[in-house]
Design a protein around this ligand. Structure first.
Ligand code: PGA
Length: 257
């Protein structure tokens, strides 16, 4: 049975094409996101997923694991690309995105490790790791890109001011981003100050984009994204120009839209 939205809106102005679905709570949002991912996995011989980290997609990954465990979904042919990774953190560090993906999805499903792509994070080889990820991304067009959104409206680690035509690059993290991610570390001093991220150009190249936002703290970023102009100061605002982008919100994140 399909998850029911409280409301569905379409932004269809000149150059804008975005579907906004609002759900009762975080759980319903995760359920809907899982339905969208499942549709891609079952309808493609070699499905290519773009994946995000952070607290937002945890419910989605949990549902996908449950579907796999119930023999309703196979990851055998799934190819994945992650958005980003901290620099200067061992891949085994529990807060690295390598460790996150392993813990919250990959180690629980039948994905082929060869099909997993994550940006390397060796701070001594910055140019090489950027070039390598650009090359890896060029191999398989992404069918569905999952995104969260930062309180400053970043997507991946594309912070405000990032050019829309940017490919993979090394980013100096915003103070706001470091502060909001400090909750995962013992103190803010431990939050890395640099990261590697897929660029906005590569995010926009995905055939479909699903951005998930839940909670009060995302309401302002969602308002700017949906109601404001398309501007590099609000990285997520570019998504309004994507041909197939769905925004999934809970009531709290949708409070100004
Ligand atoms: P969060 O992060 O899911 O932990 O809120 C989202 C993001 O910064 O993109």
């Amino acid at each position: 049975m399909k998850t029911t939205a409280i409301s569905v809106n379409h932004l269809r102005k000149y150059g804008e094409n975005m579907k906004i679905e609002t759900y009762e709570n975080d759980e319903a949002v995760s359920k809907r996101a899982a339905e969208l991912v499942e549709a891609i996995i079952t309808n493609h011989q070699q499905p290519v997923l773009g994946l995000a980290t952070g607290s937002t997609p945890l419910g989605l990954y949990q549902r996908l694991i449950e579907k796999y465990q119930a023999n309703q979904l196979s990851f055998e042919n799934v190819i994945t690309y992650n958005l980003d990774e901290y620099l200067g953190l061992a891949k085994t560090h529990p807060e690295s995105y390598h460790a996150y993906m392993d813990k919250n999805l990959f180690s629980h499903v039948n994905i082929n490790p060869k099909n997993i792509h994550m940006p390397d994070n060796d701070a001594n080889r910055k140019q090489e790791i950027v070039d390598d990820y650009n090359q890896a991304l060029a191999k398989h067009p992404i069918d569905l890109q999952i995104l969260g959104i930062g309180e400053n409206a970043h997507i991946g680690f594309n912070e405000p001011g990032t050019p829309f035509d940017q490919k993979t690059f090394i980013v100096e993290l915003d103070e706001q981003t470091r502060q909001s991610n400090a909750r995962f570390f013992d103190s803010i001093d431990e939050v890395p100050s640099e990261a590697i991220t897929m660029g906005i150009k590569q995010i926009m190249a995905a055939k479909q984009i699903v951005l998930i936002a839940t909670g009060d703290n995302k309401a302002e970023a969602i308002k700017k994204t949906i109601k404001g102009p398309v501007t590099e100061d609000v990285p997520a605002s570019i998504l309004k120009t994507h041909p197939n982008c769905i925004i999934l919100l809970d009531k709290a994140a949708a409070k100004y839209v």
